[in-house]
Structures are given as structure tokens and as C-alpha cells.
Design a protein around this ligand. Structure first.
Ligand SMILES: O=C(O)[C@H](O)[C@H](O)[C@@H](O)CO
Ligand SMILES: [Mg+2]
Length: 390
């Protein structure tokens, strides 16, 4: 089988968007003197789709969620010529070809996200070609169902957060993630706000539900050190990305300091990046996203390394490209799940663009043993809500 064409499209959401309130979520821009539109750092209102055609008629579907226009340009100009004419089953060779030939600029960030999109489509082709779901090519079914945690609870008024937390309990979730709204610039009053929001959610969910706490890189080392002892009484499952992704020694220091597991990796790339995080004991939970980290080829290797360090892998974002990895390894006990709702941050945009994601039932989701490939198709229902760039 040979790859004949790589078709990329950018989908930019132009439909209704729910505006984010101030202090909606701490983030890396918060420390700058000019706050400006700090929410801009985590709006994902566009997506790149990668459809890879073959001479057998099979088409693989991949995606990239970061900087969509740039990802498209990288794939069109640099990556497509490297895979066209090649056998998709030579996936390791193709990955290395893309990785090595873009090494000067592509090994982290958007270069690797673009490689991920192509790699995901290649795995979709392989699954379709052998008539098996991708997880069956990676290790198969390691769990009856995948436990998942509801991930939203952005900082709003406490009553709304409590109602939202209650709604996840009502749906049967036994784990959920909330976001902090305040950071170092907000002083002791902001610290109090942060603690009050965790207390408010704990009040509703009780002590027997896992609660994950997300900082999205909006804190710094000193602030996190002050917050950790105050957070311990809430027994969070983890504290996520307290500092910038580049501060690996900062993560390691925090992870040594506290009984709260520190998590990260959503902004890390390839097995090299994760080897560093693991060797330094910088994180106690790994959270790569397959559509950034280097695709399924890289994520599969990271699972093996993480297993040898006994560090759980709970990928960022859920979504099919991650669920298949989670299903196929014991290193991964759980998935993130973004509830389907009106377009807000953009995490949920996935469901407006793709069809095939499983619905969680009582906090678990499952993958079909017989659907070939990733089990995802483009959802044309909302195409008129997007500006599409071919
Ligand atoms: O872990 C997450 O779910 C991410 O950090 C979110 O994608 C991000 O939007 C911050 O809430
Ligand atoms: Mg996160």
C-alpha cells in the first residue's frame, strides 16, 4: 500500500462562543504586567484535519489542535512530501523521517504537533487496513472499560461550580477536575479565593470522589510552595502544571516537597522530553496529548517508559487518539473527558468537528472491539459554523 495524497484543512469556529469570565482559569500570561487578553493562551477555536489517502482507497484521519494554520503549512510544505509514495506500515521509519528532517525547528511545539497529526492518520490507515481498532495494534484491551474524569469546572461563582460538580456526580462520575482562577498577582485574597473554590467543590462531592486541581501554568514556584500545605487537607488526586512547562527542575522540587502528586506533560514532547521528566521524578502523573507529543508512535513509547518508572499516564483531553493508547496499556489507568457543551475554551470543539467519540456512562467509556482504525469521521453537521481553509 502506498500513500497517494495528504489533504489538510483548517477549521476555524465562527459559530456562537460562550465568553469566558475574568479569573476563569489561571494561565501562563497572568504574571505579565499587561494582562490584556490573557485567556488568549488557551482558546482553541480552530483545528487542523489531516486526511491521508492511499492507493488502496483507505483514508486515514488525523488532527492537530494547536496553531492550526501553521500546522497546515508545516504538513503541506514539509511533511506531506516525506510520506507520499511510502507504505504507511513503515510508520516508525516515516516518523523518524519527519522528526529528523525537521529537527532544526520541529522537535518540540507546533513542529511536533504537525508530525503528530500525520502519524495519527497513518495509524488510522493501518487499523482500517487490517480491520482492527488501533488499540488492538498497540497491546489490545487491558481493561473492561476506561474510567474517566469530568474535566471542566472553570472558576465561576462558587454556587455555579457547586451545581456543576453536582451534575457530574449525578451523571455517575467519581472523579473531576477543577481550575483555579487566581495566582501570584492576586495576593493573599486570591489565595483565599483559590482555597474557597476547592472547599466549595469538596463540600458538594465529599471525600470519596477524586478531585484534580489545574493551574495551567498560572502559578510560580514560590506561590505553589505556599499553596501546597494549604491544599493538602483537600486530598487532591493531583495538582496540575503549577509552573511553566520548561521549569522541569521546579516540577521536581515541588514533587519532592509535597504529598500531593504533581502532574504535567501536556506541553512536553517525544520520548526524550518524557524521559527527562521521569528521570528527574518531576511529575507523578504524565499527561501527554497524542496530537501534540508525536502521535501514536511517540505516545506508545512513552507508555512503556512510564510503566518502567511506575508513573501513571493519564493523557490530556481524552478524545479518540488518546483513548486508544489508554485502552492498550496498564500504565494508563484513566482518561480525561471534556463534557460536551457550547463552545467556550475550544476543548469541546472536537465534538463539533468529529464523530465517533464514545459517551461516558457512569464515569466509564468503552471502545468498540470491531470498529477499524480510530473510529472517527468528520462530522459535517456543523461545517457551516466553521471557516474552512483548504
Ligand atoms: O488539562 C486540561 O484539560 C487542559 O489544561 C485544558 O485543556 C486547558 O484548556 C486549561 O483548562
Ligand atoms: Mg491541563
Amino acid at each position: 500500500m502506498k500513500i497517494t495524497r495528504v489533504r489538510t484543512r483548517v477549521f476555524e469556529w465562527k459559530g456562537h462562543t460562550v465568553p469566558a469570565q475574568p479569573h476563569f482559569c489561571s494561565n501562563a500570561m497572568d504574571e505579565l504586567w499587561d494582562r490584556g487578553d490573557s485567556m488568549g493562551t488557551f482558546r482553541f477555536h480552530g483545528w487542523t484535519t489531516v486526511e491521508i489517502e492511499t492507493d488502496s482507497g483507505i483514508v486515514g484521519l488525523g488532527n492537530v489542535a494547536l496553531a492550526p494554520r501553521i500546522a497546515k503549512a508545516i504538513i503541506d510544505q514539509y511533511l506531506a512530501p516525506l510520506v507520499i509514495g511510502q507504505d504507511p506500515f513503515d510508520y516508525e521509519y516515516l516518523w523518524q523521517r519527519m522528526y529528523r528532517s525537521t529537527h532544526a525547528w520541529g522537535r518540540k511545539g507546533i513542529g511536533m504537533a504537525a508530525i503528530s497529526g500525520v502519524d495519527i492518520a497513518i495509524w488510522d490507515i493501518m487499523g482500517k487496513a487490517v480491520g482492527k481498532p488501533v488499540f488492538k495494534l498497540l497491546g489490545g484491551r487491558t481493561k473492561e472499560k476506561i474510567p474517566c474524569y469530568a474535566s471542566k469546572l472553570y472558576r465561576t461563582d462558587l454556587k455555579s461550580m457547586q451545581e456543576e460538580a453536582q451534575s457530574y456526580l449525578d451523571q455517575g462520575f467519581t472523579a473531576m477536575k477543577m481550575r483555579f482562577g487566581y495566582g501570584p498577582k492576586d495576593g493573599p485574597a486570591g489565595m483565599r479565593e483559590n482555597l474557597n473554590s476547592v472547599a466549595a467543590v469538596r463540600e458538594v462531592i465529599g471525600d470519596d470522589i477524586d478531585l484534580m486541581l489545574e493551574c495551567y501554568m498560572g502559578w510560580n514556584l514560590e506561590y505553589t510552595k505556599r499553596m501546597l500545605p494549604k491544599l493538602e487537607r483537600f486530598e487532591p488526586r493531583w495538582l496540575e502544571e503549577p509552573v511553566l512547562a520548561d521549569d522541569i527542575d521546579g516540577y521536581a522540587e515541588l514533587n519532592r516537597l509535597t504529598s500531593i502528586p504533581i502532574s504535567g506533560g501536556e506541553h512536553e514532547f517525544t520520548s526524550y522530553g518524557f524521559r527527562q521528566l521521569l528521570e528527574k521524578r518531576a511529575v507523578s502523573v504524565i499527561q501527554y496529548d497524542t496530537n501534540r507529543v508525536g502521535g501514536i508512535t511517540a505516545a506508545h513509547k512513552i507508555n512503556a517508559i512510564a510503566e518502567s518508572f511506575s508513573v501513571p499516564v493519564i493523557p490530556h483531553a481524552g478524545q479518540m487518539h488518546n483513548y486508544h493508547l489508554t485502552m492498550s496499556t496498564l500504565a494508563s489507568p484513566m482518561s480525561e473527558f471534556f463534557p460536551v457543551h457550547d463552545v467556550e475554551i475550544g476543548n469541546e470543539l472536537f465534538y463539533y468537528l468529529f464523530e465517533g467519540d464514545p459517551e461516558p456512562v457512569n464515569g466509564f467509556l468503552d471502545l468498540d472491539d470491531d470498529t477499524p482504525g480510530l473510529g472517527l469521521t468528520l462530522n459535517e453537521t456543523y461545517f457551516d459554523q466553521f471557516h474552512i481553509i483548504e
